[in-house]
Ligand binder design. Sequence first.
Ligand code: SF4
Length: 442
Amino acid sequence: MIIFLETLGCSRNQVDSEIMLGKLVAKGHKLTADPQKAEAIIVNTCTFISTASDEAVDVLLQMAGFKKTGRCKRLIATGCLFERYKDDKSLVESFPEVDAFLGTAACEQIVDAVENKDVHPLTLFPDPNERSFQDLSEKRELTEKYSAFIKVSEGCNRKCTYCIIPKLRGLQRSRPIEDICTEARNLVSDGVKEIILTAENTTDYGRELPGDPGFDNVLESLSLTLEKTNAWIRFLYTHPNTLTESVVKAVKRSENICSYYDVPIQHAASGVLKRMGRPYNTQDLYTLFETIRNIDPDAALRTTLIVGFPGETKKDFNLLMDFIKTIRFEHLGVFTYSDSDDLKSHQFKDHVSSDIAEQRHDMLMAVQAKISESINNKHVGKTYSVIVEENVESGVYIGRTRFQAPEVDGVTFIYSNGLEIGTIVKVRMTDAFEYDLAGEKA
Ligand code: SF4
């Protein structure tokens, strides 16, 4: 069959999609980037916040249209949205066009879901805690040929009151370090230049394992594994409680690990953090970022915040604003609290109106835009390694430095000709903008 797959949501979903496509290609199925030409369409859904759930429904309905206007004979829904509502029969019934519903732990059964025309709808929802890690002998169909995410663990043992993920992905299970290194070695020998470690919390790695092998061990082993290559190692989704000095020192010791620290703190006011179920307070955060910058002065810091959480006061928000102005993150994302009746936080009193939440979102982003631009100005005149990602027009390419992560951060425009996508080149920065940089090939 000719297959089209649409991935929604996070990097963990992207890895799942690449695993599913790898299995289908291994069984002789072909891939297309055009849903109109597809005989089978897969939508890998997300449900982290309500807008993500809405988008998943919209995309599914749009894809269902190709059963009339295209060549689509089989429509398959996978991922978090249906895992979340697997016990709610009405949701499955409201999608008569969908031929198969697969939960987050059913990626292994994607070939059966595509080929099995006997059962309609086919519903496969194995326990997320039973999900095994991908078979390393199977190739993933990478979304980008030069940059690849690698999961270091599945699931999460934490209980943040606004989050549904542990229910969807199960409890934390950490991958053997040698499997992580083997997958990285295979990907780099296939031409990948950037390995990005991902998980619900990368730095929680190994906490459920005997002897608690820390994330610093993962970084050291991976850095050694790739030291003879020019591949970059990046890691995302750390947790403030487990982003320890030993992790930062492992980064500082290793030339091939990007000094890039993605630390989703969610807020900075102790009272709000307590209600969120985040086990750290304002002073812990000040100490954490000071420690990172003391050990690794080249550190690029990214964080993510939630505003409008139930009970957030003006005083809490002002404390958060002061915190952002003091720490001056290189990169920062802000979400407004997304309520849902299956979240613990839904029961909390003093919900904040969406208008106030939006105002607080906009105020934070306005302050961050100025901070980001002033930080970018410091890069002008300096030369950095940049991974070339796209040729946007004649003489202009887009790429990323080691302090710019994919999809969430600004990019670097490169004025040059004849660059090869997926290579790493030296760029001397000539211009800085709110979020982006620009420069010439050095
Ligand atoms: S750490 Fe909290 S926010 Fe992150 S996946 Fe776990 S429960 Fe959700």
